[in-house]
Design a protein around this ligand. Structure first.
Ligand code: UTP
Length: 290
């Protein structure tokens, strides 16, 4: 079985739910506590052993490429001022030469289309897809948990989290077969099912391990929910010939693509930080006390 070495991070979306901030700043570079959302995702990928990250970018997203490069003047200033700990943290996040590729999605036609744009760089091996606006607070990280499952059973492994029944209409939802602990056989999935019609409360949460045959399924470029080329629809097509499992990973999911999700991520992750937690708690309590 081939190992999972590469991850696709689609960052070409418009981020309309968090406008106006995303008019000039890519959603994936909005800060959570003190670093961009994307910084958490790249750290999760590296901790899972990912060797190569493919960003699918679009117009107005150049700042993402710049974020993962030297900022020569800033680095010189930090050095001159003796701020070596800050400088070291910046340098530690930079990619190894050749660790990152950038491919352009020329129009935001949907998540499925974005993933398809990475096909030549991924080639003929299993790979991860990580939604770069979803932070999963977990140890080990969510992707590492999925890769461990893939190393054991192969096939396609989709990260899911249980959501309240009243929320299933917002997500891709899994049709479940047999369950073995956190692992659930998948018999189907639907994108944003109308309220009351969801086949389960297991929502597809933004972490996937997929086999390269998904690219042939995506090549049809059929439009689905919202008029977009959906990854979910291609997975359903692939399901006819390949095993799919959902894995209910351990951890807390923060959807930072949404205003309240972004706010919750900031509060929750600040409260957990050893250096900021006590001050963050005092600030939140003071606000609540009015
Ligand atoms: P979303 O639907 O959450 O992102 O897609 P969006 O389209 O940016 O958000 P809204 O709804 O307008 O607020 C999940 C991820 O897939 C990427 C997005 O950048 C996001 O990180 N994506 C989506 C693409 O790269 N290309 C697309 O065509 C669509």
């Amino acid at each position: 079985m081939k190992p999972v070495r590469k991850a696709v991070l689609p960052v070409a979306g418009l981020g309309t739910r968090v406008l106006p901030g995303t008019k000039t700043v890519p959603k994936e570079l909005l800060n959570v506590v003190d670093r961009p959302i994307l910084s958490y995702i790249v750290a999760e990928a590296r901790a899972a052993g990912i060797e190569h990250i493919v960003f699918v970018t679009g117009r107005g997203k150049q700042a993402i490429e710049d974020y993962f490069d030297h900022q020569v003047e800033l680095e010189a200033q930090l050095k001159a001022k003796g701020k070596t700990d800050v400088l070291d943290a910046l340098l530690a996040e930079l990619p190894r030469p050749g660790e990152m590729s950038f491919v352009r999605q020329m129009a935001p036609l949907g998540l499925g289309h974005a993933v398809w744009c990475a096909r030549d760089i991924i080639g003929d091996e299993p790979f991860a897809v990580m939604l770069p606006d979803v932070i999963v607070d977990a140890a080990p990280g969510a992707l590492k948990q999925l890769i461990e499952v893939h190393d054991r059973i192969g096939g396609n492994v989709i990260g899911v989290e249980a959501v309240p029944d009243s929320e299933t209409h917002k997500y891709g939802v899994v049709a479940p077969g047999e369950r073995d602990g956190r692992l659930v056989q998948m018999t189907g999935m639907v994108e944003k099912p109308p309220q009351g019609s969801a086949p389960s409360n297991l929502s597809i949460a933004g972490r996937y391990i997929l086999q390269p045959e998904i690219f042939a399924a995506l090549a049809a470029q059929e439009k689905g929910a919202g008029g977009e080329i959906q990854l979910t629809d291609a997975m359903v097509r692939l399901m006819a010939g390949q095993p799919f499992h959902a894995y209910e990973y351990e951890g807390v999911t923060h959807d930072c693509g949404d205003k309240i999700g972004l706010l919750k991520a900031n509060v929750a992750l600040a409260l957990k930080r050893p250096d900021l937690g006590p001050a963050a708690r005092a600030a939140v309590e003071a606000i609540l006390a009015g």
